[in-house]
Design a protein around this ligand. Structure first.
Ligand code: SF4
Length: 75
């Protein structure tokens, strides 16, 4: 389960929790998600805008979004 596509983060979907309801697929405005074999997947990671609608709508909390910690060098 990749959490990053190239240099862009994408949501992590836990297939053990996903029940395949499809709500996240319907909620994603950029159509980045799809159902495959009854589970949600990030089928088009480069389309993902990382807006979090999928994470918010999932009724079983199967989706989470990783984040990067960026450190800014001190001058
Ligand atoms: S909303 Fe959650 S349970 Fe439903 S298909 Fe998406 S990840 Fe799976």
């Amino acid at each position: 389960m990749d959490s990053f596509s190239e240099d862009r983060p994408v949501p992590i979907i836990d297939p053990g929790l996903c029940d395949g309801c499809g709500l996240c697929v319907l909620a994603c405005p950029s159509h980045a998600l799809a159902l495959e074999h009854g589970k949600a997947v990030v089928a088009r990671p480069n389309a993902c805008q990382y807006d979090g609608y999928c994470e918010m709508i999932c009724p079983v909390q199967a989706i989470s979004r990783p984040f990067l910690i960026i450190t800014i060098p001190q001058e």
